[in-house]
Design a protein around this ligand. Structure first.
Ligand SMILES: *[C@@H]1O[C@H](CO)[C@@H](O)[C@H](O)[C@H]1NC(C)=O
Ligand SMILES: *[C@@H]1O[C@H](CO)[C@@H](O)[C@H](O)[C@H]1NC(C)=O
Length: 381
């Protein structure tokens, strides 16, 4: 699938993602600091925020915008409930509204790329809104999910935790010619495979002088994703397993039908979870309430372990969110969901063909062989 397909799949969503009943509005911030690639900064600040609020940076997909992600994701509504601030970065003016995750500049700490501009938005929020520097989170969908992995690699010191909806490993979408915002078919189509230690080197090389911890990260991916093929989840897991010292083929826990029916959550250690959404295409719908747990706004997340009272006031009870108003399925881009497994003839090259919980085809079209990558994922190779 090409970038055109990626754009087309979001068109409907752009015009239907209305979030009603918010306490405040989206505001653009100009002059937030050094902005080497001219990215936009948009902020949602609820009328009631905590003293020293937490911040969630929520990054849009290709073809999207800050405004579209604001209306089409649950974070503004969750901000009203929990009293945090949301920053919606908007991609620089280019022919497509994708994020640059391919150039050396963006794949380098303070390298002058898109990632650098987003990091500076956070610095602005900390100094201007007195945000709590120890509770800054990042999340994104598709191109924004790729950028989330890149930001965890290039600015690990900023983030308390991250969640990634249908992305690729940081440094997978690299351009061999150094091009900005380049499409990388071999990564997209699941042909890039590296070991955990190779991926860990890729991450370390983006910020070689850094010796501190990396943020806990949740990686969501659909098994029917034909834009960023499902094996990208495995590469993401290998990458961060390499960083955290986990065994990417031996999750410590596997939870069926978690957090939704047909989703399988594999826990590799306190800092890494992979959530494989069976039969879901590009992209996995945002699980807002799960993010609230993972980020520590609600008790019950397996990781990370921040205190449940984020911010120094406790006027907003952590038990207040009525589940009826914070839907986890509010018009997020769930565009190509399918539950139909490949039919006769077997699965296509690069497709999934087995693993615990898999109900689709278990053979591959010739000449490919169903190869077991781990207990949860076999692929036609
Ligand atoms: C795509 O990314 C891989 C690394 O993931 C790299 O080896 C390859 O050269 C890239 N392709 C292009 C055309 O730049
Ligand atoms: C990782 O887990 C696999 C599967 O359980 C096992 O075969 C392998 O030896 C483990 N690797 C390490 C380095 O412990």
């Amino acid at each position: 699938m090409t970038r055109i397909g990626l754009l087309a799949s979001f068109v409907l969503f752009l015009w239907t993602g209305i979030v009603a009943g918010l306490t405040s509005t989206l505001q653009q911030v100009t002059n937030f600091g050094s902005n080497p690639t001219n990215a936009g900064m948009f902020v949602y600040k609820p009328t009631t925020i905590k003293v020293n609020p937490a911040v969630i940076v929520a990054i849009h997909y290709c073809g999207g915008s800050a405004q579209a992600y604001f209306t089409g994701s649950p974070y503004a509504s969750l901000a009203d409930t929990y009293g945090f601030i949301v920053i919606y970065p908007s991609s620089p003016p280019r022919s497509t509204t994708c994020w640059d995750v391919s150039s050396k500049a963006t794949l380098t700490h303070n390298g002058g790329g898109d990632s650098n501009g987003i990091a500076n938005m956070v610095a602005y929020a900390i100094s201007t809104y007195k945000a709590d520097a120890s509770h800054i989170f990042v999340t994104g969908t598709s191109s924004g999910a790729m950028m989330t992995n890149v930001l965890c690699a290039t600015y690990p010191e900023i983030w308390r935790a991250a969640s990634v909806y249908s992305g690729v490993a940081a440094g997978c979408f690299v351009s061999s010619s150094g091009a900005v915002d380049a499409w990388n078919s071999s990564c997209a189509e699941g042909q890039v495979s590296q070991t955990s230690s190779q991926w860990a080197s890729v991450v370390h090389n983006m910020f070689p002088s850094y010796t501190g911890p990396y943020p806990p990260i949740q990686e969501y991916h659909g098994t029917a994703d034909t834009t960023l093929f499902p094996s990208n989840l495995n590469e993401e897991i290998k990458e961060w397993s390499g960083i955290f010292g986990y065994n990417a083929t031996a999750p410590t826990q596997v939870l069926q039908n978690t957090p939704l029916s047909g989703y399988i959550k594999s826990i590799y250690g306190p800092n890494l979870q992979g959530i494989s959404a069976q039969g879901v295409g590009h992209t996995v719908p945002i699980q807002g309430n799960e993010d609230m747990k993972w980020f520590g706004f609600v008790a019950g997340g397996a990781a990370p372990p921040p205190s449940t009272t984020i911010g120094s006031t406790s006027t907003i009870s952590t038990t207040s969110p009525p589940t009826t108003t914070i839907s986890t399925s509010t018009s997020v881009p769930a565009t190509t969901t399918t539950t139909t497994p490949p039919s006769t003839g077997g699965a296509a090259h690069w497709d999934q063909c087995g693993g615990i919980g898999w109900t689709g085809a278990t053979t591959c079209v010739a000449p490919f062989t169903c190869t077991t990558l781990n207990a949860y994922y076999s692929q036609c190779l």
